[in-house]
Ligand binder design. Structure first.
Ligand code: PAF
Length: 281
């Protein structure tokens, strides 16, 4: 596996990989890799000849009071994991390579970027869209893989890729969970043993809300019960628990179409998100 830190070297290396019409999958990450990221690499290997994985903790998608400084950075372990997973290139730009001092462009996708995560984290999706567009242009992959764990991000990237004619197939990969149901997240390392136990209230509440919706409960009732259960389970606060159309992310009042339950809640200084598919009968 090649470890590359400069755009110019990346272009040469990717061009060599593409020789003979070989296809490229891109797995964008912020590092602190876990089995969820490696599932993206595996899905990329299934669908393309070569996988390029990027590691870049993107400052533009963190708000002023968020965890940019303490976000886990484990380059040596991450590079070893990508190599073992069979990546062809680890793309590791630093902040100056990604955003030279003269950099001023920002991509605003609009639409669903102002609700849910976008409402709780103003500017977050502009930062995500900007760096993902840059990664797309740097690597020029045939496909790019994103986890369903960040379901709204997946929807925003799909919208941007279609709207801007990137010609890249955006593939969503199901969330990987610990055996007890907690979604894998690089932020889970922030949790104490007690908080890790309490964090299970989040997937459990989504699971119970999905069951209530399928039994005919209104979204209002099911979501209020979920929000209470998350706080009773030990979270300090709930940013949102919501039911949205699985494709358009329009808010839903009843389970009338394939939907997604989405939630974000805070425990100690840690903010966790999760989501679950819910299908009408
Ligand atoms: O999901 C992430 O890790 C990040 O938001 C991404 C897609 C790598 C962009 O920085």
């Amino acid at each position: 596996m090649q470890i590359i830190r400069r755009v110019s070297a990346l272009r040469t290396a990717v061009a060599a990989l593409k020789t003979g019409d070989k296809s490229i999958a891109l797995v964008p990450t912020m590092g602190a890799l876990h089995a969820g990221h490696l599932a993206l690499v595996a899905a990329g290997k299934d669908r393309a000849d070569h996988v390029v994985a990027s590691i870049f903790v993107n400052p533009k998608q963190f708000g002023p009071n968020e965890d940019l400084d303490r976000y886990p950075r484990r380059e040596t372990e991450d590079v070893a994991a990508l190599e073992a997973a069979g990546c062809a290139i680890a793309w590791l730009p630093d902040a100056t390579e990604m955003y030279p001092p003269c950099f001023v462009t920002s991509i605003g996708v609009g639409g669903a970027t102002t609700i849910l995560e976008g409402a709780a984290r103003p500017g977050h999706f502009d930062g995500v869209a900007t760096v993902v567009a840059k990664l797309f242009n740097q690597v020029r992959p045939d496909i790019a893989l994103f986890g369903e764990k960040d379901y709204q991000q997946l929807a925003v990237v799909r919208r941007m890729a279609a709207d801007l004619n990137f010609g890249i197939d955006i593939v969503g990969v199901p969330t990987v969970r610990d055996p007890d149901g907690l979604a894998l997240s690089s932020r889970n390392v922030y949790l104490s043993a007690e908080q890790r136990r309490q964090a299970l209230a989040l997937p459990q509440a989504l699971h119970d809300a999905a069951a209530a919706l399928r039994r005919g409960a209104s979204a209002r009732t099911a979501l209020a019960a979920a929000s209470n259960a998350i706080v009773e389970g030990g979270f300090d606060s709930v940013d949102y628990v919501a039911l949205h159309d699985a494709e358009t992310l329009a808010p839903l009042e009843t389970l009338s179409t394939p939907a997604r339950l989405l939630a974000a809640a805070r425990i100690g200084g840690t903010r966790l998100i999760d989501n679950l598919a819910v299908l009408p009968d």
